[in-house]
Design a binder for this molecule. Structure first.
Ligand code: FAD
Length: 428
């Protein structure tokens, strides 16, 4: 008799884990997701954003036949970042290894399509528009609320909390099972921005193989080329000083971008300004837990276990890496979850804490440190080659090396992290 795994959350972590579990041939999987079926609503643009995946995340995907190719086909590879300054000047930071970027919802859709193509409805059930409301770990049940109709209760053998930064299951474990968890809001908030990459009337075109970044005091933008000559990205701002809050018409939105981010303003149509106006502001939450499991039957994974600020673009890479590592423990302990869960947690909790430290303190808060940061980005690798005992590569170069754990990256970058911390404490 196969074990029944219930996964809550059809994000990258939940969907990739379903692939790995089904491949083992010992499980039936049911996935419940509160959002609508992306196949029916054509990928809601309300809260999506581009994700960059490095070797750390890609090697987890590669292990499932055909998946990496399918994801690469829907991605854009960028070989550098173009930074636009207020003066109108630009600076380019090249990358020796091009970075894969893909829209978060597109990534989830491909993981799902591949899953439903590979496994029959007997082994795999996926239900959208269905929110997990409650868990009872002693009875091994979850209560779910479909978009229409009555809530229902379901039994499980194992339950996976892949329900993201605001995880309902994690909240339940904190209240009922003594899980220690800190959850805090990052000061930044964001809105999704979508644009064409060209404006033929103005002869304007942003490069298709670069990330495009603007930094205007406390408001930043990052726009990433997408297949089909689009740019997806975000405008990020201090949640207490939302520069868009007072804008009430599409004309005002367009005027704001023309004044503050002129290139973006030249690419934005009034329809796009209207859509941006209607989109919700998203707050970012970080999460830090003392363990990623409960007993022998509940696993907490991905953002539900360790959401971090997107500053260094690692959350999804870490979520996918979780899946790879959890499966290695399942294989090592012959699918005995009572052993695999604590072993996974013991290895990943310190990694998650190191990732949090890196995400919180890698980016420079002052102009002087920003200059040093860019200098390190541009020269760190080369200088490290010449003077390995004196110069370490930049944090971003270290993160590219999937053989280094987050704790090792932190230990190698401790000097810079301490500098950023000191500078932050002087500002506040
Ligand atoms: C602006 C921005 C940029 C980012 N850029 C990068 C990047 O460049 N690189 C990178 O590696 N990471 C990046 N990240 C982080 C990345 O998006 C997350 O780490 C990743 O999506 C985590 O995957 P997940 O499956 O754990 O969680 P999620 O993607 O959050 O998926 C969780 C799913 O659970 C569902 N859910 C939640 N509650 C319930 C419930 N009660 N019942 C049913 N379903 C539920 C949600 O609807 C969601 O679909 C970025 C994040 C942001 C916000």
């Amino acid at each position: 008799m196969l074990q029944k795994i219930v996964i809550i959350g059809a994000g990258p972590a939940g969907l990739l884990l379903a692939h790995y579990l089904l491949r083992r041939g010992k499980y039936d999987v049911e996935i419940y997701e509160q959002r609508s079926d992306p196949g029916l609503v054509n990928g809601s643009p309300e809260r999506t954003f581009p994700i960059s995946l490095q070797e750390r995340g890609r090697k987890a995907i590669r292990s499932i036949a055909g998946l990496e190719e399918a994801i690469a086909a829907a991605s854009v590879f960028c070989n550098g970042t173009k930074m636009y300054r207020q003066s109108g000047k630009t600076r380019e930071i090249p990358r020796s290894v091009p970075i894969l970027t893909i829209d978060r919802n597109r990534l989830a859709t491909i993981l799902l399509e591949h899953l439903t193509k590979t496994y029959s409805g007997e082994k795999l059930k996926v239900k959208f528009g269905c929110q997990c409301l409650q868990v009872d770990r002693k009875a091994k049940t979850v209560m779910l609320q479909p978009a229409q109709g009555e809530a229902f209760t379901l039994t499980y053998d194992r339950l996976v909390a892949a329900d993201g930064a605001r995880s309902r299951i994690r909240e339940y474990l904190a209240q009922d099972a003594g899980l220690h968890c800190e959850q805090s809001y990052v000061s930044d908030a964001y809105k999704t921005v979508m644009l064409p990459r060209f404006n033929p009337a103005l002869g304007l075109e942003l490069e298709a193989d670069k990330l495009h970044a603007w930094n205007l005091n406390k408001t930043r933008m990052m726009m990433v080329p997408q297949p089909g000559d689009r740019l997806n990205g975000v405008i990020i701002f201090d949640a207490q000083q939302n520069p868009l809050a007072e804008l009430s018409s599409k004309e005002e939105v367009l005027a704001f971008f023309k004044a503050k981010f002129p290139l973006v303003g030249q690419l934005m149509s009034l329809d796009e300004a209207e859509a941006l106006l209607q989109r919700p502001v998203a707050r970012l939450v970080t999460v830090s837990c003392d363990r990623f499991y409960e007993g022998d039957s509940i696993l907490v994974i991905g953002d539900a276990a360790h959401a971090v600020s997107p500053s260094i673009g690692q959350g999804c890479n870490a979520a996918l890496e979780d899946v790879l590592i959890f499966e290695q423990f399942l294989a090592q302990y012959q699918d005995d979850w009572a052993q695999a869960l604590p072993a996974f947690s013991a290895q990943r909790v310190p990694e998650a804490h190191a990732l949090r430290e890196l995400s919180d303190y890698s980016l420079p808060p002052t102009k002087i440190l920003r200059i040093e940061f860019i200098f390190r980005l541009m020269t760190g690798k080369l200088l490290h080659k010449w003077f390995p005992q004196w110069v370490t590569p930049s944090i971003f170069d270290l993160l590219q090396d999937e053989n280094l754990s987050y704790s090792q990256v932190l230990s190698l970058s401790q000097g810079w992290i301490n500098k950023v911390k000191r500078s932050r404490s002087q500002i506040s």
